[in-house]
Design a protein around this ligand. Structure first.
Ligand code: MN
Length: 247
């Protein structure tokens, strides 16, 4: 199994296109990439919100995952919230969702129905986390603890979407997250995102590849099984305070 797993995109479609090209994929006339050596793509979730072209990211990932079986997708917390928005649930249109909703509301009704249907299908078909290569590779948005692998109850859902949260908040209102990767001792390689870092963080077979594309960092891919990291720079303004420093 050869796969290129891409970190949190958050609507950064131009960076996504550039990264996929840099990985050696060729684009067909319909704007869909495929690799000459039949590699697959993987997505750690958080496709949308904050960036300029969330809906184009949805279209592409939906096509690759649900229509062509050329990609794997693990949903993120932003995906979960957008899904609930599309279902008509009452959600707070904030923390980046406002940009995706603005794009959506600018569309004609038919296009709105189409994108809504596609995203709902993509989300509902997705597992909580993706298990590949005979359990040697796991893609989970916020990561996963060894003892939760193989399970899918509510606690697992909370963990893979939000991380190892304590229930407490930082002074800025953001949730306190435990550093689960530090105490991970599993055999499976865990590829995840969720917490933006200035450079990919590799620790105990875990790979955080959310390098803050939407905060002016980079969009990063991990090539598996080569374990090679490939990035492209972001076109977004740099937001220093959005990156987490691990000591
Ligand atoms: Mn994210």
């Amino acid at each position: 199994m050869k796969i290129d797993i891409i970190g949190d995109i958050h609507g950064c479609f131009s960076e996504l296109k550039e990264l996929i090209s840099k990985l050696g994929y060729k684009w067909d006339t319909g704007g869909i990439p495929s690799h000459p050596e039949n590699r697959a793509l993987g997505f750690v979730g958080d496709l949308t919100d904050r960036g300029p072209e969330s809906l184009r990211v949805i279209e592409l990932v939906w096509e690759l995952v649900t229509q062509r079986n050329q990609a794997y997708y693990a949903p993120g917390n932003h995906c979960n919230k957008l899904y609930r928005f599309f279902l008509g649930n009452k959600v707070q249109i904030a923390h980046g969702l406002e940009t995706t909703v603005a794009e959506y509301e600018s569309l004609y009704k038919k296009e709105r129905q189409s994108i809504r249907k596609k995203f709902i299908e993509l989300y509902e078909k997705a597992p909580l986390y993706v298990v590949l290569d005979n359990h040697k590779l796991i893609i989970a948005h916020a990561g996963i603890k060894e003892e939760l692998i193989g399970q899918k109850h509510a606690k697992v859902k909370e963990f893979v979407l939000y991380g190892d949260i304590t229930g407490e908040k930082h002074p800025d209102g953001s949730p306190v997250r435990r550093d689960w990767a530090k105490s991970y001792h599993g055999e499976a390689c865990i590829v995840y995102g969720h917490t933006p870092v200035k450079a990919p963080r590799i620790l105990n077979h875990t790979y955080n590849i959310d390098t803050g594309a939407v905060f002016g960092g980079q969009l990063t891919a991990l090539r598996y099984p080569e374990m090679e990291l490939i990035s492209v720079p972001s076109t977004m303004p740099y937001a220093e305070g959005k990156f987490k420093n691990f000591d």
